[in-house]
Write a protein that binds this ligand. Structure first.
Ligand code: GRF
Length: 208
């Protein structure tokens, strides 16, 4: 695992498009064994970039519109992330679908946090879609990224009840409480080399 001379542990690069509250939790984490080495966003005005700057973490912007197609955009995102020499890449509210070359370049090294219990309600509106469907239970999924959207092997999930009066904002804010606890826990375990992927199953490595 790559480590720089200051021994910051595993180098985590976060991809974020919006608010970046999950990024903030990673920036604030006092876990040993990893730290956020860089942030990449497709949105030049993303609050996530301001959070990175405030934490003195370097960032890059790669805009969708500057690229001819998804493959070119994906390669530019991977190149930007690669500048930070990542051990792992965390998609934390990154709202673009990456092409297959991302997992070729970073095999089993990209994880995503999604606000539903996958495989239910994949896509950009996991909270809204669960509400509209009338689900009584939804939750949070952390998973390795594969070449399909919101599909790779599941690392961790946690459920929560949908309340009768919930709107999207209320439900999402309760989901985010779970996200903010689960994400740093999973990154710590990831950085420790704890996970072994076997087909669709993520197991605990025996000697981790
Ligand atoms: C989170 O709910 C995450 O599950 C989803 O996008 C949201 C990002 O929130 N993929 P934030 O930008 O980290 O606040």
């Amino acid at each position: 695992m790559a480590q720089d001379s200051s021994d910051i542990g595993a180098r985590i690069v976060v991809l974020a498009s919006g608010s970046g509250s999950n990024l903030q939790v990673l920036l604030d984490a006092v876990e040993s064994g990893w730290s956020v080495a860089g942030v990449v966003s497709d949105q030049p005005d993303a609050r996530a970039l301001r959070r990175a700057a405030a934490a003195e973490v370097p960032s890059r912007v790669v805009e969708w519109g500057d690229h001819a197609d998804r493959n070119e955009f994906t390669d530019a995102i991977c190149a930007a992330a690669g500048e930070f020499d990542p051990d792992y890449i965390v998609l934390a509210g990154f709202m673009r679908v990456l092409g297959p070359s991302a997992v070729v370049q970073f095999p089993d090294r990209i994880i995503n946090i999604h606000p539903s219990l996958l495989p239910a309600f994949p896509g950009a509106h996991g909270v809204r879609d669960a509400l509209a469907y009338g689900a009584k239970v939804t939750g949070v999924t952390l998973h390795f990224v594969d070449e399909h959207l919101d599909h790779g092997p599941i690392i961790a999930q946690e459920a929560l009840a949908v309340m009768p009066g919930d709107d999207e904002a209320a439900l999402h804010s309760r989901i985010q409480v779970i996200e903010h606890r689960l994400l740093p826990e999973v990154v710590t375990r990831l950085a420790a080399g704890e996970f072994e992927i076997s087909g669709r199953k993520v197991k605990r490595r025996v000697n981790a």
